[in-house]
Design a protein around this ligand. Structure first.
Ligand code: FEO
Length: 170
């Protein structure tokens, strides 16, 4: 059974994952409005992934004898200055999430809670991918610059992204 302190922090992270979903859904709506359906699709899939992350925390808290406590989800931004700014924010957000996951791992190690540490390792790997995905798109957007044709091509490519649930990945 996880300690109360760990359960509290897992609940905080559950809320952060839900906020991540909110943030990416807001970005999805922004791209829909801008006439970039591929970028919107990419963000929609990203939001779906965040919900599965949240549910992993939900299930783990329950399994380890804790009580899930849902809290208010922060309202995400509505507008961005450019496509590039959206991905700068996405990368910065994922880097922040990585640091929160690392803090949780530190706490689990400090409390000698091997089960929670083991649970969190999935997220440690996932965060490497999350940051890499955002960084790749940001790098490509910097190459594209003001070239509308290249942006359109990238939009078509991002339209191909499909949601794969973690259960199907294994
Ligand atoms: Fe749940 Fe994007 O990290």
């Amino acid at each position: 059974m996880a300690s109360e302190r760990i359960i509290d922090q897992l609940n905080v992270q559950l809320n952060r994952e839900l906020y991540s979903g909110y943030l990416y859904l807001s970005m999805c709506a922004y791209f829909n409005e801008k006439g970039l359906p591929g970028f919107a699709n990419w963000m929609r899939v990203q939001a779906q992934e965040e919900l599965t992350h949240a549910m992993k925390f939900f299930d783990y808290i329950t399994k380890s004898g804790g009580r899930v406590k849902l809290a208010t989800i922060q309202v995400p931004p509505l507008e961005w200055q450019s496509v590039e700014e959206v991905f700068r924010e996405t990368l910065a957000h994922e880097q922040k999430v990585t640091s929160y996951i690392n803090q949780l791992v530190d706490l689990a190690i400090q409390e000698k809670d091997h089960a929670t540490n083991n649970f969190l390792q999935w997220f440690v790997s996932e965060q490497v991918e999350e940051e890499e995905n955002a960084r790749n798109i940001l790098d490509r957007l910097r190459l594209v610059g003001e070239d509308k044709g290249s942006l359109f091509m990238l939009d078509r490519e991002l339209a191909q992204r499909v949601f794969v649930s973690p259960a199907q990945e294994r």
